[in-house]
Design a protein around this ligand. Structure first.
Ligand SMILES: Cc1ncc(COP(=O)(O)O)c(C=O)c1O
Length: 371
């Protein structure tokens, strides 16, 4: 056995790791399923329409310049985002996915002796980031699968530095109303910074999207996080952004690596940002897909949590078993027992054909259909 871990910090060795949706190639290899093309992945809330066509074009154009380092300040993309969002360029920070920004926020705000508040059934990375910086994760039980904002407010302590809120939430698909969110933000004590993770917000009808950027413009203690991974269909490129008052952005810039956002991602995001048609098409696909899945599940007598995002929490009972059984049907979904939801699986909304394939496979593994 190697002694390489001898001098490692004990708390690092005890950290948990993020379990991602199973990659298609890995599942094909492990289960001997042959052609990876025949496997359907509905496990990571990706966009079933694929990348914005404009982004694909932009990527092809910049491909031959990949020997050159990227613009470390992402000037053009920050400018375009600022214009689109009605904020200033110095209120925008770009990251290697919003995941990187979550970790950098931990770097800036969390350490031993501090704490972060989050819902027990919110995106698991909040808990992992807290542990990474040796801060205590205060997990507040969810109410009806959503954030219990009153309980989260009550859980804030003098040593609390960050409050994480995913809206819509992953893995439950719930949203908090704009009124409740504004009330929560207005009531936050001065020593706490709110991280509002809006990874799925573009999928909401515009009238339901809360004006969290208004809080940024007013200089409040708020970081709004968004990503190009979901509605824009660019998960593979790893690019997300934070919008916050300039002082907050300046702090993030102190802890990031020089070229944390690659050139291909910058070019693709810039093009995707102008592709409103792709977002509208995606929103439509998700809306129709949620209807199709809800109806199909109801016909199968299977319960689910109504969702406002591109995934659905489905109550199969014994989620791990169903996850495995669906793998054998060449469909990858996500078990969610790590959120205390062992009766559920989470399934991403696909195209009409993909959703039907999932429903048919579920029917088979439930013993109600033919393989
Ligand atoms: C709520 C939430 N926040 C952040 C992320 C991370 O997204 P990104 O691909 O931008 O790192 C995800 C990804 O699934 C998510 O569900």
């Amino acid at each position: 056995m190697s002694a390489i871990g001898f001098g490692a910090k004990a708390w690092v060795a005890s950290l948990g790791t993020y379990t991602a949706g199973r990659p298609i190639e890995e599942v094909a290899r492990e289960l001997g399923l042959g052609d990876p093309e025949s496997i359907l992945k509905l496990a990571s809330n990706e966009n079933s329409l694929g990348p914005s066509p404009r982004a694909l074009e932009a990527m092809a154009k910049v491909a031959k310049r990949m020997h050159i380092y990227p613009d470390g300040d992402s000037f053009y993309l920050r400018s375009a985002l600022a214009k689109k969002l009605g904020v200033t360029r110095d209120e925008i920070f770009l990251g290697h996915g919003s995941n990187e920004i979550l970790a950098l926020l931990g770097h800036v705000y969390l350490e031993a002796g501090t704490s972060a508040v989050m819902s027990a059934q919110a995106f698991v990375v909040y808990k992992l980031v807290s542990a990474l910086y040796q801060a205590e994760a205060i997990e507040v039980p969810a109410r009806a699968f959503g954030h219990d904002l009153d309980a989260m407010r009550a859980a804030i302590r003098p040593d609390t530095r960050l409050v994480f809120l995913a809206n819509p939430n992953n893995p439950t698909g719930t949203v908090v109303s704009s009124t409740a969110l504004y009330q929560f933000l207005d009531d936050l004590p001065e020593h706490v910074v709110a991280v509002i993770d809006e990874a799925y917000v573009e999928l909401l009808p515009p009238r339901m999207q809360p004006d969290t950027l208004g809080y940024v413009r007013e200089g409040k203690n708020v970081f709004v996080l968004r990503t190009f991974s979901k509605a824009h269909g660019l998960a593979g490129l790893r690019i997300g952004y934070a919008v916050a008052p300039p002082e907050g952005i300046a702090l993030l810039n102190r802890v990031r690596q020089p070229f944390n956002v690659n050139a291909m991602a910058q070019a693709a995001a810039l093009a995707a940002l102008e592709d409103d048609a792709h977002i509208a098409k995606t929103r439509e696909l998700v809306e129709e897909g949620l209807d199709q899945l809800s109806q199909g599940l109801a016909e199968l007598g299977v319960d689910y949590v109504p969702s406002s995002a591109n995934f659905l929490l489905v109550r199969v009972g014994r989620g791990q078993e169903y996850f495995q059984a669906l793998l054998r049907e060449r469909i990858i979904v996500r078990p969610v027992d790590n959120y205390g939801l062992s009766d559920y699986i989470r399934v991403t909304v696909g195209t009409r054909e993909e959703n039907q394939r999932f429903l048919d496979a579920l029917s088979v593994v439930l013993g109600k259909g033919n393989s």
